[in-house]
Design a protein. Structure first.
Length: 400
């Protein structure tokens, strides 16, 4: 792309859209371009309204979560490994700061919604990651801080092993409070000169109609007279509604459910080894929110989801977290009277999982005279992929 000032529109204000806007505005090669972000759901400050939610158009606000790479050692995942590494390093830098910074660690946590936390991760069955039971199957063992193997047969003090675990590791992850981090990114984008428009685009006429509508919205809001030259699709789940039948068939609806409880757990933990592969047990503290989430499940809506399971799933979540004993300080009471924590509510949300993983690439042809770049389909790893994926979009834009 030439050095002449360009107008770039981004569709979507979830983690991918906001991180992409921030990356474009922070990069010397693109920082002087006009950046307009269009979204119907804009992150807001303040408290979170914890109510059962059976569908959310912006799942970024309802994420877990913590940094945990799902990339494998396969050559097919080289780009994902690079993205995840960049995210861990970038988040670490945000929390550690630079020499001479006046901000304390606690102030950075409050500002960003990020925090270092111990993570205990367990497997109940063999997988590529458990190879050798010595960490060799975990490609990121040299990326994260304080990585070590947990002796599941004779655990040392501090390790709490769930029944049936065959392998476990401990490391320093980075937890995030999704709403706080999204709002932090939004404020940074505004400070750097990004323009935010709250609006919905017309998705009835596929990608061409979306680009035309984006142009109209920009003109209606007097967001700039420069010709729109790049449109970046960060619409996440909604992308399947305007990319045509061939692309929409790659999406599968997955239900996620967890309980929000009062208090921040001392650590993160995750375990999966149940009769049904979609059931898990985990706890994630939300930095600076005085809350944690415990879960959970990932249910294929197309085959075995029935909303009547929600109540039973909540009971199962409570029973398993108490049986494990990993978060006694926040675990809510189960049917057997175990647990003293106080639940605030529970959350049910939908992710449209894309077969083949994320699509971060330019469209083969211009649409309505505009170059189109796609960045969606990150599935469960949107936050973990976020910084690296955004930097890839910047690279693509610079080479248009």
């Amino acid at each position: 792309m030439s050095s002449e000032t360009k107008h770039i529109a981004i569709l979507g204000a979830g983690i991918t859209g906001l991180q992409t806007a921030y990356a474009l505005l922070s990069c010397p090669d693109t920082s002087d371009h006009k950046i307009t972000l269009i979204a119907n759901n804009i992150p807001e400050g303040g408290t979170w309204n914890y109510k059962p939610l059976h569908y959310s158009p912006n799942t970024s606000e309802f994420a877990g979560g913590h940094w945990r790479s799902y990339a494998t050692t396969s050559d097919n995942d080289i780009k994902i490994r690079e993205w995840d590494t960049k995210t861990y390093n970038a988040w670490s830098k945000l929390l550690i700061g630079n020499e001479g910074d006046s901000e304390t660690y606690e102030e950075r946590v409050a500002k960003t919604g990020l925090a270092f936390k111990e993570m205990q991760l367990f497997w109940g069955r063999e997988s590529a990651e458990t190879e050798g039971h010595d960490g060799r199957g975990i490609w990121w063992n040299g990326i994260v801080r304080d990585f070590s193997i947990i002796d599941v047969k004779s655990p040392k003090e501090g390790a709490i092993v769930p029944p049936g675990a065959i392998f476990g590791v401990k490391f320093e992850t980075i937890c995030f409070h999704p709403k706080r981090y999204l709002f932090y990114l939004l404020e940074e984008v505004k400070k750097l000169g990004g323009n935010i428009i709250k609006a919905s685009v017309d998705a009835k006429n596929e990608l061409g109609g979306v680009v035309r509508d984006a142009k109209r919205i920009i003109l209606d809001n007097q967001a700039g007279s420069e010709e729109l030259l790049v449109f970046i699709n960060c619409a996440g789940n909604e992308a399947k509604n305007f990319l045509g039948e061939k692309e929409s068939t790659k999406f599968n609806s997955i239900i996620s459910q967890f309980i929000v409880v009062k208090g921040e757990a001392e650590r993160c933990a995750f375990y999966q080894d149940f009769a049904r592969n979609w059931e898990t047990s985990y706890v994630n503290p939300r930095p600076g929110s005085s809350t944690s989430v415990i879960g959970g499940c990932k249910i294929d809506k197309n085959t075995n989801w029935d909303q009547s399971v929600a109540g039973n799933m909540n009971r199962t979540i409570k029973r398993r977290i108490n049986m494990w004993g990993i978060a006694n300080e926040v675990a809510p009471e189960d049917d057997e009277g175990n647990g003293k924590g106080k639940p605030i509510g529970f959350q049910v949300s939908v992710i449209h999982e894309r077969q083949g993983g994320p699509r971060v690439a330019k469209e083969s042809r211009q649409v309505e005279g505009v170059s189109v770049v796609h960045a969606y389909g990150h599935n469960w790893a949107g936050y973990t992929n976020s910084v690296g994926s955004a930097e890839k979009v910047v690279e693509i834009v610079c080479n248009l």
